[in-house]
Design a protein around this ligand. Structure first.
Ligand SMILES: [Fe+2]
Ligand SMILES: [Fe+2]
Length: 364
């Protein structure tokens, strides 16, 4: 039924219009604009050509897009209102089947191993304590700025892997079997890029040492290959694994926000948001790092919801309910996932919206 619904749709300008109107509804700045600089011959006001060596070779650059160009130089991603960013709950999906228990067990094991290696142990601050931030850090109750960055940077380098592996394998399956993908590839690619944008944002706060980079190299080599093999065997369990991984990410960023708001990361109090983050999440120009972390947590909540929902579907035949639009954060932040029947209802609603858009477009 779900598959039939997809096949009957036409992913054309009408779909993109429906989707764009959904994305833009929360932020007027979310206009789709060209990111290509004009060709000098097209405009008398064009900037004088700059030496290609300085434009193209920027080893430390986040992007080579000229700074005066702002817009969608990235894939689709949700943009949140300030209220949506606060509408996030720390949630956990109880594992009932054996594969689901295996996926959750692996996430717990990974978290335990990472906490052990990084020397992190979450300890609740004693109620009514008079200890200073320095003392709390010394006693192991709080992470300092460097500790938070180590944790975030390492985890974001790993978090960008599953979406790319899933997209690659589904892409190859579609080519090999000459059959449609049912809309999963784009969502997986969007997740991978979204995670990479988290990394691009936080890496502007600190340059990493060669040892840290070596650690990431090793971790990526192991994790990419393991996840690749696991996805060949059971894509559904892999999406469940990512869903649980994202539960941990939401928890980590929620603790980070709590510490920051309580003045326990003084180095980040009133720290301005990096420019790349202002552009990506359409934040106000005076946004702070705290606003960025709220936006990142919302993204992790999206990944939690999307992956748990995908894991509830038939990965071979069902359409991806998020191929055309996504629920807002009031849904994703308060619900762990769509069950299969809810996904079907959502797909049907999407088709009604698209039909309406198409009718409006043809009547103009
Ligand atoms: Fe992330
Ligand atoms: Fe994530």
């Amino acid at each position: 039924m779900l598959r039939t619904a997809l096949i009957n749709n036409q992913r054309s300008a009408f779909l993109r219009a429906a989707r764009a109107s959904f994305v833009c509804s929360s932020r007027p700045r979310c206009a789709f604009i060209s990111t290509s600089p004009p060709h000098p011959s097209q405009s008398s006001n064009a900037e004088p050509p700059i030496a290609s060596s300085s434009q193209l070779t920027k080893p430390g650059a986040v992007s080579t897009v000229p700074t005066m160009v702002r817009g969608d130089w990235v894939l689709f991603h949700p943009v949140y209102t300030p209220e949506e960013m606060k509408a996030v709950k720390v949630l956990h999906r109880e594992a009932k089947t054996i594969p689901d228990k295996l996926a959750y067990g692996l996430v717990r094991l990974a978290r335990y191993g990472f906490d052990l290696v990084s020397g992190y142990k979450h300890k609740e601050t004693p109620p009514g304590t008079t200890m200073t931030v320095e003392q709390l850090r010394k006693e192991g109750y709080l992470l300092d700025e460097g500790g938070w960055l180590n944790r975030i940077l390492f985890l974001e380098t790993i978090a960008g892997v599953p979406g790319m592996v899933a997209a690659t394998l589904r892409h190859l399956t579609s080519l090999r079997l000459m059959r449609r993908d049912s809309g999963w590839i784009h969502t997986c690619l969007e997740e991978a890029e979204n995670e990479r944008m988290h990394l691009m944002t936080f890496m502007t706060l600190r340059d990493s040492s060669i040892w840290f980079r070596a650690l990431i190299l090793g971790a990526q080599g192991v994790f990419y290959n393991l996840f690749f093999l696991a996805y060949l065997v059971s894509p559904r369990t892999c999406h469940r694994f990512v869903g649980h991984l994202e539960e941990e990410a939401v928890l980590t960023y929620t603790r980070c926000i709590a510490d920051l708001e309580a003045g326990r990361i003084p180095e980040w109090t009133d720290k301005p948001a990096p420019e790349i983050a202002i552009d990506y999440w359409r934040l106000p120009s005076d946004a702070k790092l705290l606003d960025v972390i709220y936006a990142v947590r919302s993204d992790e909540t999206t990944h939690r919801f999307v992956n748990h929902s995908l894991a509830n579907l038939n990965v071979k035949t069902d359409v991806n309910p998020f191929a055309l639009r996504e629920p807002d954060m009031y849904v994703k932040g308060n619900t762990i996932a769509f069950e299969r029947s809810e996904a079907e209802k959502y797909v049907n609603e999407s088709h009604s919206i698209m039909k309406e858009v198409k009718e409006k477009a043809t009547s103009v």
